[in-house]
Write a protein that binds this ligand. Structure first.
Ligand SMILES: [Zn+2]
Length: 70
């Protein structure tokens, strides 16, 4: 069992070993209601996901896969 079955566990940065943060960006319509949310991961060393994802879970999955494999 080597699958990422742990939910929402965010691995530290593979480059500097520090904790990373999930950045959330919201798009709002003209009434100010949130229509879309985007998530990406950023580390203070400059590493992070290049893309934005629509769910927190998706971005955590992508990040963890990268963090494990370097
Ligand atoms: Zn880092």
């Amino acid at each position: 069992m080597n699958k990422a079955t742990v939910n929402n566990e965010l691995l530290p940065c593979p480059f500097c070993g520090r904790e990373v943060t999930i950045k959330k960006r919201c798009l709002k319509d003209w009434r100010g209601e949130v229509t879309m949310r985007y998530y990406r991961i950023a580390c203070s060393c400059g590493a992070g996901t290049h893309k934005e994802y629509k769910t927190e879970k998706a971005v955590v999955n992508v990040w963890n896969r990268r963090a494990r494999h370097g």
